[in-house]
Design a protein around this ligand. Sequence first.
Ligand code: FAD
Length: 279
Amino acid sequence: MSLSTRTPISFEFYPPKTDEQRTQLDRTAARLKAYAPEYVSVTFGAGGSTLSHTPDAIQRLAREHGFSAAPHITCMGGSREEIRGMLKLYKALGATRLVTLRGDLPSGMASPGDLRYANDLVRFIRDETGDHFHIEVAAYPETHPQARDAHADLTHFKRKVDAGANGAITQYFYNADAYFRFVDDARAAGVDVPIVPGIMPISNFSQTRRFSELCGAEIPRWISQRMQAYGDDVTSIRAFGTEVVAQLCRRLIEGGAPSLHFYTLNLAKPTVSVLQQLA
Ligand code: FAD
């Protein structure tokens, strides 16, 4: 199985804020270019914390690295007017794809904004810009942490697609069965857009554990136990993390995943290590 020829991939970055971070993104982008991603995406902080950093990064990745670059856009904390302004800007920058999210309310911020949920934002973007953008939304094979239950979450996911989303990228997970089950349930509910697994390589296990607690991604006990047993042995942690994630990707590809979306955290090595095992 050759990943490079058969399965499309995409990479996610966060927008750099300092010169040092910009240099790091340049280095990472240059290394990952060899894998010819379909597109790269850049996250956006809710409440405007990365207001100008995301468009800057989009321009950098498109102009200096030649990627097709997709900004993430969120509605939490924003007014209709602000979102309209961002859509205008992204159109002017040549973006044709958006990753469209509700976002999370930063602590201390009181107002959720004019649009409440991601399905409202998808509808707003379609009303404002027609079919200009290819719209990706988020999906949660292990259920969004604020959802009443898995069924309600699936219903809300379907709403985003019915509002005009073209595809979905999942929250990361380490249990392939959760993904396959979610896709089956979505198909049974009448959702027919591609559902692309989000892949989080593991290189720093305590960081992965921290993220997972926040976003509700389950780390299977057998993985945690093995990681704990390695203690401070960073080399073994990385080697095991790479093996686990590569095996997950293999199962996903064999099971029909349409593409893989890598959360790079602006680092090339953890993603490259996984891709090398799949080549
Ligand atoms: P929604 O789809 O609106 O769902 C949020 C919650 O509300 C869910 O529990 C859902 O079940 C419920 N819900 C949805 N619609 C309704 C409704 N109509 N009525 C009642 N309940 C409803 N965050 C950022 O801030 N910036 C980013 O760049 C970013 N990128 C991401 C990329 C990916 C691929 C993923 C998976 C997540 C990303 N996030 C990002 C995190 C995301 O913003 C959070 O997970 C957020 O809590 C939910 O966003 P959503 O778009 O899934 O929200």
